[in-house]
Design a protein around this ligand. Structure first.
Ligand SMILES: O=C(O)CCC(=O)C(=O)O
Ligand SMILES: [Fe+2]
Length: 321
């Protein structure tokens, strides 16, 4: 058994084996209770698919800005956000692939580079969704909920606004950018489960002892973390943990690529916390208190409004920190 301050790394290769399922579900859930983060190995997404997308992502981000900037992130969370161009002026670039399956057929929304690759991206999102569902089943099993599909059933892939894949590039520079900014501001994710694919270390996670801890980057492992909606819904049994990328953890002259898949519950899902037996403390996110009975759609609207203000028309659906 790992000691309390060792970053959890869990082998999930036998998660579908009925003899091993409960034990693995408990390990994964315990890590999400303590850390809100873990690395999984033995997952079902082929490394060749991950590598292929990382290569495409690198080729895209290396293009001149005029091949990317004319396709800014839209209401469906499809499009590009350039470096130093987001609210926090972070030195990172993002390419978002949001929306329901099939939404990437709208080629106009995509920078031309991606138009020949949209099926590959859709297929990857589908694999990510299946893995998120497996994890959601594991949480319900470990929490001994009467229905093991309790969380999973609220995550229909073809319902609501869809789920987002975000490709990220933290560029290497010859000199530090002339801002006091960061690489990525500390934040929690807003949805249910995030799968994070990393090509290099650099992400820091607020560990259980209240100290920033460097998340390990291990070949063929996926980093998993819990978002606010599922944390609240689980009665805070599962933690939504702050994470960030800084210039100390990732110096200006080092490049880093990552990809985050944000698994969200369907917007009409009512978040009535599954209470672990004791009264739940106030749940705060982005300085806002979340009240039981809120829907996933209302929660994400509330978070987006606190971040972007009240002009709904220009806000993407996903928190674009
Ligand atoms: O690049 C990373 O490792 C972090 C990405 C992240 O936290 C996010 O996109 O929400
Ligand atoms: Fe995040």
């Amino acid at each position: 058994m790992a000691d309390q301050l060792t970053f959890p790394i869990i082998d999930v290769s036998e998660i579908d084996n009925p003899d091993r399922q409960l034990a693995i579900a408990k390990e994964v859930t315990a890590a999400c209770q303590k850390w809100g983060f873990l690395l999984i190995k033995g997952h079902p997404i082929p490394s060749s698919d991950i590598d292929a997308l990382f290569s495409l992502s690198k080729a895209f981000f290396d293009l001149a800005e005029d091949q990317k900037e004319p396709w800014p992130i839209n209401r469906q969370s499809i499009g590009y956000v350039g470096s130093l161009k987001d609210r926090a002026r972070d030195d990172k670039m993002s390419m978002w692939f949001g929306g329901l399956p099939g939404s990437l057929d709208d080629k106009e929304a995509l920078p031309p580079f991606w138009r020949a690759h949209s099926e590959k991206v859709e297929a990857f999102k589908h694999q990510c969704h299946s893995l998120v569902v497996k994890l959601l089943v594991a949480f319900a099993i470990a929490m001994d909920l009467p229905d093991r599909n309790f969380f999973a059933d609220a995550h229909g892939e073809h319902v609501g606004d869809g789920n987002s894949l975000r490709m990220l590039m933290y560029p290497a520079r010859n000199e530090p950018p002339d801002t006091t900014g960061s690489r990525m501001q500390p934040h929690t994710d807003s949805g249910s489960v995030t799968l994070l694919f990393q090509q290099a270390a650099g992400l820091e996670v607020l560990g259980p002892a209240g100290e920033w801890v460097k998340a390990p980057c291990i070949k063929d492992c996926i980093l998993i973390n819990i978002g606010d909606a599922l944390s609240f819904w689980s009665g805070t049994q599962l933690k939504a943990t702050l994470h960030r990328v800084t210039f100390d953890g990732l110096p200006f002259n080092q490049e880093r690529q990552s990809m985050a898949y944000f698994g969200k519950a369907n917007p009409d899902t009512v978040l009535q916390p599954v209470l672990p037996g004791k009264a739940m403390e106030k749940y705060m996110t982005n300085g806002l208190e979340v009240q039981p009975g809120i829907t996933v759609g209302e929660l994400s609207e509330m978070i987006m409004t606190s971040i972007y203000g009240s002009s709904v028309s220009t806000k993407p659906q996903q928190v674009a920190v």
